[in-house]
Ligand binder design. Structure first.
Ligand SMILES: [Zn+2]
Length: 272
């Protein structure tokens, strides 16, 4: 019997080679198909992302920075309620009203319950470049009779003083409309700290530029900035009117109205 020499195996080998080549080709094709799909997915993702950002930017043209005063370990003043309860309650309600409006993007200085130093909250707002900044606080006094609303715009000599004053006047008007008593001449004051760290408050007609620092949240803001003292948490009638759930809702609505009026004024000026 004749033995098989290597030539006898050749056709089989050739067939093996063809199959292997085919497998390689298929693998390549599969790989190519996968790569194409991946590329398409990346392109679709980029288009979707850019589209979303364009929509997000242009559908909500105004960014409002909201600061609920105090927080975490710092509960603020203590009276019939803790100051932080009032600030967080009001900011949550105001955030809801502004979001429902649809024109506003909201930045919070901190989450409810979170503690954060004023310098950090202020730095966060400086970085995010909002169009308006509102910091909410509650007032307190050893004299339980002290009552009413007051607010502090960025004072004379500081950035955006004029615009902050306009916004502050709107806030005071809206709070008056909601039933608040305005403190001082018109509920608008300028706040400073003297060299010993004591608060110095002057009425809005005192336009002198003082060489004293103002409140931390009003510093170096690139937009109108106002701090409100919503009511006295040491006064029962004030807490009834602007400190409980309904009261904070009333105050939030007043602030919301003031934000809308300010923005509408800006739009009117831009259109004339
Ligand atoms: Zn406070």
């Amino acid at each position: 019997m004749k033995g098989k020499n290597w030539r006898d195996f050749e056709p089989e080998k050739k067939q093996h080679m063809t199959e292997a080549r085919q497998r390689r080709k298929n693998r390549k094709r599969r790989k190519g198909g996968l790569l194409k799909k991946l590329k398409l997915a990346v392109i679709l993702f980029i288009i979707g992302y850019v589209g979303f950002m364009v929509y997000y930017t242009f559908s909500k043209p105004y960014t409002i920075a909201l600061d609920a005063g105090h927080g975490g370990w710092d509960v603020g003043a203590e009276g019939i309620l803790q100051e932080v309860e009032l600030t967080e309650r009001t900011v949550a309600k105001l955030e809801t009203l502004l979001k429902e409006d649809g024109r506003f993007r909201i930045i919070l200085s901190r989450e409810a319950g979170e503690g954060m130093e004023i310098v950090e909250r202020n730095a966060k707002f400086q970085k995010k470049k909002p169009d308006l900044m509102l910091s909410v606080h509650g007032n307190a006094n050893d004299n339980e009779g002290a009552n009413g609303f007051e607010c502090y715009p960025s004072p004379p000599g500081h950035e955006n003083h004029e615009e902050s004053l306009v916004f502050a006047k709107l806030l005071a008007e809206e709070m008056k409309e909601a039933g608040a008593k305005l403190r001082g001449t018109d509920g608008v004051r300028f706040g400073y700290y003297d060299p010993s760290g004591e608060k110095v408050l002057v009425d809005s007609d005192d336009t002198k530029v003082y060489d004293m620092p103002t409140f931390g949240m009003l510093k170096n803001m690139d937009c109108p900035a106002v701090l409100v003292e919503q009511c006295f948490i040491t006064n029962a009638a004030d807490v009834d009117a602007f400190g409980d759930e309904d009261g904070c809702q009333k105050a939030a609505k007043a602030y919301y109205n003031a934000v809308c009026r300010y923005i509408e004024m800006l739009e009117e000026t831009a259109n004339t």
